[in-house]
Design a protein around this ligand. Structure first.
Ligand code: CU
Length: 728
């Protein structure tokens, strides 16, 4: 269906669209607050069995003559007179690294089941203070071998001002922003302050948060849920239960943010991120290779076990609440995580033959952010009052009409005449981006997802970047005269949430002729001065080669086809969901998500080849497989179709319309239940997600694992609803 309205639409048609939107808002609210279920809506005929919004009841803005102006399906987000490129882009807010001993209560290997009074609105009685499922199966694996060395603590809560902003760079490198000034939660100084019910972020504040950690430095991330106890207090969308996924951490499943291991307001969840190199149990176990290491704080390297070619750099973490991920991430549950290593030190001056010396800075031994900049791209929409708005009724996806970088509407960023690294995250719900510079100059892509590429790739246009993908690029601003303004431009035009409608040429995107308001310039670089210190950074070739897996036998081949028309074989009120989207495993039937179903169970210590197939040509899916990176062996069956920027290791695989991708993965080091899903989170929620698990690693694992069923009074367990015949 068309999603763009003829700009000459009559006032009557616009009013119809607004009425439809209002009616839908009521149902969205009821659904998001748990007052009705998706099943009820199907029964009442609001949704068809296939999950499509029924064309009646005055609910669908696209029915007959009614239209909305912009691709959200809602009236255009009002701008309150704000113009682009009139406010600085804030750098990320770096979360404090604390001694683990400062945490009260102290972290424990098994979930802390100390009881607390449960609020009446959550049913009363008592329940555990920690929401992690109890007992040995959900104990932190390797907690005694990798005891936390650093604690990071954050809350999830409603919007408020930030008076403790730590950009970790001087304000001269942050557009002059004074971090001591309290920062209200706004998408632009000229836009309204967000209400505590409209936006829920880490610590309730902006800028978005950044965690910095080193290999060999296990992190205990304690996440407190301070969202409203009453689930109806959500501003119309968002669920107050959360599960935090460190994307794409190589951690035990109890720390992976499993979609069914969510926790309630008033509880915390301790995530233990050991930050180990893949293969640490079998490769370089005596930690003698200096390339497998970590900055020691004084110019040297602490060697760690594992395969140095598994070193990762750019992660993010975000909510993974079952069937509410799109709403919660959109509402603000998204942060970034930079990992530092012997190779990627975050220091451009240390010249020891191991450090790659990528653009960063020199003031600290590691983790310099001066010239290493996190960018979080996300399209948003807001209502007539300027409050963040969302529409969950279009299962094709949600497309916002306002472009934000680091949660700021079309900002500018001041740069020196030197090289910068940008770690670009697509944090949208359903929108793909395709980036270029407004003058057509080259950029150097150095990483794709968490991993530095084998070789840097020079590009004037990056590939389409799917939801959750990270592209690290280097831009050399030394080529520009002082005073230059050059823009980052989005070339990918959407008409709906299914796929990119068209990749425009740079000239087309700059012309302003696209009906998609997120096409065109969205970030202005202002070249303001010569470097204060000489640029010592480099972009070496090679960067990090792939591990050679060819000698490891292939234990299994599996096929997953992602498509529409999913059925459901189970009926559990907590673990089962409905929706048009589903996954067909090994030529079985196309199934909607049930986190109680085991769809694949690779054996620990093996390698497999998985082929991910797009079941249709009318949509694209960015597929995320948790836990360990894969290498892309082929696109549409041919190795020669794999572009240079996909020849590193990845964790999100774009299928492309009608396409397929063949990857190889290992299953090692840790066990438990993991996921595979579309990262168009509207598809994920409705219900393109499956559970797979590594469950034969010996005690305490069982086969298959029991499914956690969280309640405010504690987590119960149930046997798996279903185990697919091809799973084991
Ligand atoms: Cu999808």
């Amino acid at each position: 269906m068309p999603i763009f309205l003829d700009r000459k639409a009559s006032p009557n048609r616009v009013r119809e669209a607004e009425d439809a939107r209002r009616n839908r808002q009521e149902i969205i609210k009821a659904l998001s607050q748990g007052r009705v279920s998706r099943r009820d809506l199907i029964k009442w005929g609001v949704f068809t069995a296939g999950g499509m919004l029924a064309w009646k009841h005055g609910l669908n803005p696209f029915v007959s003559s009614a239209y909305a102006e912009i691709p959200t399906g809602m009236p255009a987000s009002p701008m309150f007179g704000v113009l682009p490129f009139t406010t600085p882009m804030p750098r990320f807010d770096v979360l404090a690294r604390k001694p683990p001993g400062s945490l009260t209560p102290a972290p424990t290997a098994q979930s802390n089941q100390t009881q607390r009074a449960v609020p009446a609105v959550l049913g009363g009685g008592t329940g555990p203070i920690e929401g992690r499922p109890p007992g040995p199966i959900w104990a932190h694996q390797g907690f005694d071998v990798f005891p936390p060395k650093v604690a990071v603590e954050a809350t999830q809560e409603g919007a408020k001002g930030n008076s403790v902003y730590n950009p970790a760079v001087p304000s001269s490198l942050n557009c002059g922003i004074d971090p001591a000034q309290s920062m209200p939660l706004k998408f632009h100084p000229g836009l309204p302050t967000q209400s505590p019910l409209a936006v829920w972020t880490f610590n309730g504040t902006v800028p978005p948060k950044l965690v910095q950690a080193r290999y060999g430095e296990p992190v205990l991330f304690r996440h407190h849920n301070l969202l409203p106890e009453d689930e109806s207090q959500n501003g119309g969308f968002g669920r107050h239960t959360i599960s935090t996924h460190e994307h794409n951490g190589h951690h035990g499943a109890e720390n992976d943010g499993f979609t069914g291991a969510f926790f309630y307001p008033g509880q915390f969840y301790d995530y233990h991120w050991p930050i180990v190199l893949g293969g640490f149990r079998t490769i370089n176990t005596d930690a003698t290779d200096p390339r497998a290491g970590s900055p020691d704080g004084s110019g040297g390297i602490v060697k760690v076990a594992g395969d140095w070619r598994e070193t990762m750099s750019t992660h993010w973490f975000h909510d993974h609440m079952f069937s509410f991920t799109s709403q919660n991430v959109y509402k603000g549950n998204a942060a970034m995580f930079n990992l530092y290593s012997a190779l990627d030190r975050g220091n451009e001056a240390i010249n020891d033959g191991v450090n790659l010396r990528l653009p960063s800075g020199t003031a600290n031994d590691w983790g310099n952010l001066d010239y290493d900049v996190n960018l979080m791209l996300a399209d948003k929409a807001w209502d007539a009052n300027g409050q963040l708005a969302f529409d969950i009724f279009d299962f094709d996806g949600f497309i916002g009409d306002r472009m934000t970088v680091n949660l700021t509407y079309k900002p500018y960023f001041e740069v020196e005449r030197r090289k910068y690294r940008f770690r670009i995250l697509n944090a949208s719900v359903s929108r793909f981006f395709k980036l270029a510079l407004s003058d057509g100059s080259p950029m150097v892509q150095i990483a794709n997802d968490g991993n530095l590429l084998p070789h840097p790739v020079v590009l004037t246009e990056l590939d389409e970047q799917g939801i959750a993908e990270r592209y690290d690029i280097v831009i050399d601003f030394s080529r520009y005269p002082l005073g230059t303004r050059v823009h980052m431009v989005n070339l990918a035009e959407h008409q709906d949430g299914k796929r990119v409608a068209d990749d425009l040429s740079l000239a087309e995107a700059l012309s302003g002729s696209s009906a998609d308001p997120c096409v065109g310039r969205f970030l202005e670089f202002r070249v303001v001065r010569n470097p204060l210190k000489p640029d010592q950074s480099q972009v070496p070739d090679p960067l990090i080669p792939n591990p050679d897996l060819s000698a490891i036998p292939v234990a299994r081949r599996r096929t997953f086809e992602f498509g529409r028309g999913a059925g459901q074989t189970t009926n559990d009120a907590v673990s089962t969901f409905f929706g048009p989207w589903g996954i067909r495993t090994d030529n079985g039937s196309t199934l909607a998500a049930d986190f109680g179903r085991v769809s694949a169970a690779p054996r620990a210590g093996t390698r497999e080849i998985w082929t991910l197939v797009n079941g249709g040509g009318g949509w694209d899916h960015p597929i995320h497989i948790h836990f360990e990176e894969g290498q892309v062996l082929a696109r549409d069956g041919l190795a020669s179709n794999v572009p240079p920027w996909e020849r590193g290791r990845k964790d999100v695989y774009r299928l492309r319309p009608g396409g397929s991708i063949t990857i190889t993965l290992q299953f090692r080091d840790w066990g438990g239940m993991f996921m595979e899903h579309c990262h168009n989170t509207v598809h994920e929620d409705n219900a393109m997600l499956l559970r797979w698990e590594i469950d034969d690693g010996g005690a305490p694992f069982l086969r298959p694992l029991p499914t956690p069923i969280p309640t405010p009074r504690g987590v119960t367990f149930r046997n798996a609803d279903d185990v697919l015949p091809t799973a084991l």
